[in-house]
Design a protein. Sequence first.
Length: 184
Amino acid sequence: MASFQSNPLLLFLLSLMAVVASASGSEFKLGEEKATRLHFYMHDILSGPNPTAIRVVQGPLNLTGFNFNFGDVFVMDDPLTKGPNSTSELIGRAQGFYVFASQDSADIALLLTTNLVFKEGKYNGSTLSILSRDAIFAPVRELPVVGGTGVFRLARGYALLKTFSFNTTSGDAVLELDVYVMHY
Ligand SMILES: *[C@@H]1O[C@H](CO)[C@@H](O)[C@H](O)[C@H]1NC(C)=O
Ligand SMILES: *[C@@H]1O[C@H](CO)[C@@H](O)[C@H](O)[C@H]1NC(C)=O
Ligand SMILES: *[C@@H]1O[C@H](CO)[C@@H](O)[C@H](O)[C@H]1NC(C)=O
Ligand SMILES: *[C@@H]1O[C@H](CO)[C@@H](O)[C@H](O)[C@H]1NC(C)=O
């Protein structure tokens, strides 16, 4: 019968427990929580020679009266600008993907998963992460902001998304975002 002391697996587990038990930590106070509001436009361009979003998977189920299919997956690297015109000042990009995740043609919704990467001013290099349902034909959609980096470390908040323009033939869209975040 193997003795307790000579069982190598048990010895390994015991030494692991000792390491975990001795792991050191220290508590600290975060700075004051701040609230920031951001307003900008996002250009999701599917057509032409320089699309900003590309379909990487085409789903099999055509959504009635619509050029998209349940299961379509698009990868996006959309410019974010100060104003609605595509020539307006670039302030960042929305990099991520969206999936047509609703089978109901009367209530088309995306799963939109994207990082907003800011490229100018005091937010340059900081990011906000959005994980949301985007019911694209609703007049206003509320998107949860689930985190951030840099200036927006520990961010939480929401973004209100409105369609500024949408070309139903090409699928090109300009979207208006109002983002409200708490961060430190
Ligand atoms: C889906 O159906 C619409 C009309 O309902 C049609 O215009 C479109 O071409 C179809 N798309 C595909 C990929 O079959
Ligand atoms: C966008 O800006 C360009 C040049 O700055 C201008 O020619 C064009 O009319 C503007 N478009 C709109 C829709 O305002
Ligand atoms: C943003 O930061 C990058 C990297 O530090 C830098 O190269 C770039 O010039 C900055 N852009 C602006 C507009 O400040
Ligand atoms: C919508 O897209 C189609 C196809 O790319 C294009 O021919 C048409 O001019 C666009 N409409 C507007 C208002 O931009």
